[in-house]
Write a protein of this length. Sequence first.
Lengths: 316, 289
Amino acid sequence: MKKYINTGNKDTRSGFGAGLSHLGATNPKVVALCADLTGSVKMGAFAKAHPERFFQCGIAEANMIGMAAGLAIGGYIPFAGTFANFAAGRVYDQIRQSVCYSETNVKIAASHAGITLGEDGATHQILEDIGLMRMLPNMVVINPCDYNQTKAATIAAAAWQGPVYLRFGRPGVPNFTPEEQVFEIGKALHLNEGSDVTIIATGHLVWEAIQAAEILETEGIRVDLLNIHTIKPLDCEAILSSVAKTGRVVCAEEHLIAGGLGEAVAGLLARKHPVPMRFVAVNDRFGQSGKPAQLMSAYGLDAAHIIAAVKEIIGA
Amino acid sequence: MFFNFISHYERHSYLSKIASQVRRDILRMVTGAGSGHPGGSMSSADILTALYFKELNVTPESWNREGTGHDMFFLSIGHVSPLFYSVLARRGYFPISELGTFRVYGSRLQGHPSIEATLPGVHQASGSLGQGLSVAIGAALAKRLAGDKSRVFALIGDGESQEGQIWEAAAAAVHHKVDNLIAMTDWNHQQIDGTTEEVQSLGDLTLKWNSFGWECIVANGHNFNSIFEAFGRADSLLGGGRPVMILFETEMGHGVDFMAGTHEWHGKSPSKEQCERGLAQLEETLGDY
């Protein structure tokens, strides 16, 4: 098993903030909008450095998406930031018509996604956003796994021509991908070579999958591990070539089963290469208040549950 | 600008002729398609005719989606697409013969304006109400950032003004001092289910826009003198730190007696006989498509 080192816990939202600051300094076309969550979404440094390119939109997300679309039509590259629940769920129709159907070059910066938002509880813990966003034609859906990858993904999103939904989170999580990395949208990262089972993970679950794979290796189970940071477009080739070796898949994500990465993979495999699958994801329920780690464990989203799913599918 | 007229009288007489042809197009398009929205198309017809044939500083040749260096128009009430398409075609944005493809499979003239369909003159898709004013604000901010002195226009509906997003946009435009924007309301007092006052009363729109901090002008949307007076006044207010709203008093279905002043024709196509009755009231001035 290849070694992955945690260089220290960091929040992915700060990775976004660092990426946005980098863009502010290097690309005069990048503008940012925020719905009264500048500090939470880590847009403060950009706002301070480029006040003329930052638009505070107040608690009015629908208008923010429309303003972003208009700025994009005028040739700018807007990043519209708020909590994922408001960035995806509250303004679905605005994103559908003013962004995706209109093919405007808007980047939706969705922070505090999933249950790791923690104490605020279910009203703020969206677990449906990947599904909502990946259903939209023309939308790219990115869910990076750590600080460094989120920073690189932010920079890549600006270079991509077209709508992007960039999903990241609130808590500090292990930072283990290289500091200087090239983020290629739609290209899965092959984290480990194995022949017994494929684990496909995204976002906060990638680190958990690495922990699971290390433990499984000590028990003689060799994991082929994919980090799917781009859920749409899905790297079908990487998934199919892994499954061709292993014949079994476990998908892990901080999202509902419905509409998530697992269902995207299942749809691909049903068409091209049906194999047994397990889903480490939330099954048809809302979140609740609690500490992030406590919630991830309670909702079955950690290394222990990935290991259990692998053993179940292998029949071990 | 497109036409240079000797006098206002000459200008208004010419624009009336265009508007009559545009109303014929609307009737024939909606009847041909067997669906569509004639009522609001008729009420906004004189406003858009005045805008495209005189006021907007853009030509079909100079138009591009980004809008650099020229005036931009955003149609928020996408259901008045028959009007929008007729005015664009009559102004030379695409062949007039294409009007016959309205709402037909494979046409660039989708039921509501689309970007996918790549129709020249369309900056943004619309149809789901309430969104166009926000987009126009964004486009106006882009012009400000780019140092582009041209203007942004947007047309919204009075029924549409029941959408919350319109008032989010109203507040945002004032907060960000968007003073290169001229918004217009087609105040025809009708919507699908009845009058706006029956469905969900709007109250005094003048007071509302004024209280939000907009420069607010009320004009007669079927009188070219009044329309151009409003445009002139609006233009003179630009650059003063506030956005401008022109509330155009209009009549739903204006120009066809049995359609006028009622919500019944918001989104219904006439029969062939009804279409003929309507056409008999509208002079064919530029030649039907």
